[in-house]
Design a protein around this ligand. Structure first.
Ligand SMILES: Cc1cc2nc3c(=O)[nH]c(=O)nc-3n(C[C@H](O)[C@H](O)[C@H](O)COP(=O)(O)O)c2cc1C
Length: 196
């Protein structure tokens, strides 16, 4: 292998979740987003189920996404009495502050040959590839799982089946500036080497 491992280690540590308030309003080139998606597609999956599905909203599509998620939110929360006008407006308008928003989903394999947890894990690997590719291009992004992510009703809105999973929203934009790396607890607290 002839990769620059120092650069690769640095890339991993420089990856950050960068939120729409820290985007400068410019558009990210579609070609970069396409490259992020191509790399996501190289994630591992057990038995090659490749369960990741992505819907890419951009330009006028962002308005559409805002309408979809605020409408689903309204329909669900008006029924259970938890509706908040502030949340509704936030869901309607938040996509507009991004350049692209990718709806992240897991499509359950028809044969059910692999446990669900493995399909979800594979999608998470694909999302990490999105994150790392974005970092390499200096593009800001973050994986959000708030809003309507876990509403059963959201699945129909994005063309998903009951056994599929909506796994969140991947926001993309041009960063105002790149934030400093965050902290992590010591790896030694999370590992154990067994050598004999
Ligand atoms: C599965 C998953 C879901 C997440 N959902 C949210 C979210 O709903 N809202 C949010 O602010 N950040 C969310 N994040 C981003 C984390 O807050 C972020 O990764 C964490 O703070 C570490 O920061 P870093 O990514 O910059 O290292 C999520 C991350 C993951 C992996």
């Amino acid at each position: 292998m002839q990769f620059n491992t120092d650069e690769f280690n640095q890339l991993i540590r420089m990856r950050r979740s960068i939120f729409p308030a820290d985007y400068n309003g410019e558009n990210v080139d579609d070609a970069i987003v396409q490259q992020m998606l191509e790399n996501a597609n190289w994630a591992p999956s057990h038995r090659f189920t490749e369960p990741w599905r992505f819907l890419i909203y951009t330009r006028e599509g962002l308005k559409k996404l805002g309408e979809i998620q605020s409408t689903v939110y309204k329909n669900v929360t008006e029924k259970d009495g938890t509706f908040s006008e502030k949340k509704y407006l936030n869901l309607r308008d938040k996509p507009l502050s991004a350049s692209h928003v990718i709806v992240v989903a897991m499509r359950r394999n028809a044969e059910r040959s692999v446990p669900e947890i493995e399909e979800i894990s594979a999608v998470a690997c694909a999302v990490q590839n999105l994150y790392l590719t974005a970092t390499a291009y200096g593009v800001a992004c973050y994986w959000g799982t708030g809003g309507i992510t876990y509403f059963e009703e959201s699945k129909t809105a994005f063309g998903l089946e009951k056994e599929d999973k909506l796994m969140g929203f991947f926001y993309i934009g041009v960063p105002k500036k790149w934030p400093k790396p965050t902290k992590r607890g010591d790896i030694t607290d999370k590992i154990e080497w067994i050598i004999n």
